[in-house]
Design a protein around this ligand. Structure first.
Ligand SMILES: [Fe+2]
Length: 249
């Protein structure tokens, strides 16, 4: 089982140097050299910069060469209804976007962490209740939780101001601590590779396919860097989830 994760393509964005579509195309090209070919693709949010139909159409077209099912997660730049129009979200008819996918040795749980109209994240009681019930229904299958806002504190003030509220993060930590089948929680949003922990589980923020954030632990404004885009390859080896972060270019 090979699950490829792409994040934050921001199709339609012009706020960084370089073309967001060309960069996603280059990453997809690089993913196509992965052997064996991916069984599934996860896109962890901010697919489109302005959440318009043309941008989502372009994302779908750019991902088509991967010829694999695409599982999308809403980001703060996305629109839930538009995502539903352009991508199949099995079982996620209601707001927020909550669904699971059976990937053989791995169960993917998609957890919407957005708060429409705002950049910061949110996990309200409805979502936490759904997560608890969903994890309780399959306690023995290694599970990956995917959300846009990674449940971690970066220590970078500007990024922490648009992250998940502490109480929401801690509530999530209590749930995953009680469900040891959760192997990792992955997210995007931060446009950097960051590894952390929550509730005894590993947390991984993955790079953007568009542009990366600069490492500045005192950043009070978003600063961009010329670090390369990248993608992640998740596999299961001896029951353990292994995640390879691959820069592109
Ligand atoms: Fe983003």
């Amino acid at each position: 089982m090979v699950l490829v994760q792409l994040s934050d393509p921001h199709i339609g964005a012009t706020w960084a140097e370089g073309d967001a579509a060309a960069r996603l195309a280059a990453v997809v090209d690089s993913v196509r050299s992965v052997v064996p070919k991916p069984d599934a693709v996860l896109v962890s949010g901010d697919l489109a910069d302005h959440a318009v139909d043309d941008e989502y159409r372009q994302v779908a077209d750019l991902l088509a060469p991967l010829a694999a099912p695409v599982y999308v997660v809403p980001g703060n730049h996305d629109d839930r209804a538009a995502l539903r129009r352009h991508f199949a979200l099995a079982g996620a008819e209601r707001e927020p976007v909550l669904y699971t996918a059976d990937l053989g040795p791995l169960r993917l749980v998609v957890l919407d962490s957005t708060r429409p109209g705002e950049d910061r994240g949110e996990l309200d009681a409805v979502r936490l209740f759904w997560l608890e019930a969903t994890l309780g229904a399959a306690p023995d299958t290694p599970t990956l939780i995917a959300m846009h806002h990674p449940p971690l504190v970066t220590g970078m003030p500007v990024w922490d101001s648009i992250g998940l509220p502490d109480a929401d993060r801690m509530a999530l930590g209590e749930i995953v601590a009680a469900h040891p089948q959760v192997r990792r929680i992955v997210g995007g949003h931060l446009h950097r590779t960051i590894s952390a922990e929550l509730g005894g589980r590993s947390v991984l923020a993955v790079p953007s396919t568009y542009v990366q954030a600069r490492l500045d632990l005192q950043a009070t404004e978003i600063e961009l860097s010329s670090d390369p885009p990248g993608f992640v390859v998740h596999t299961v080896q001896d029951g353990a989830l292994v995640s390879h972060v691959q820069p592109v270019g």
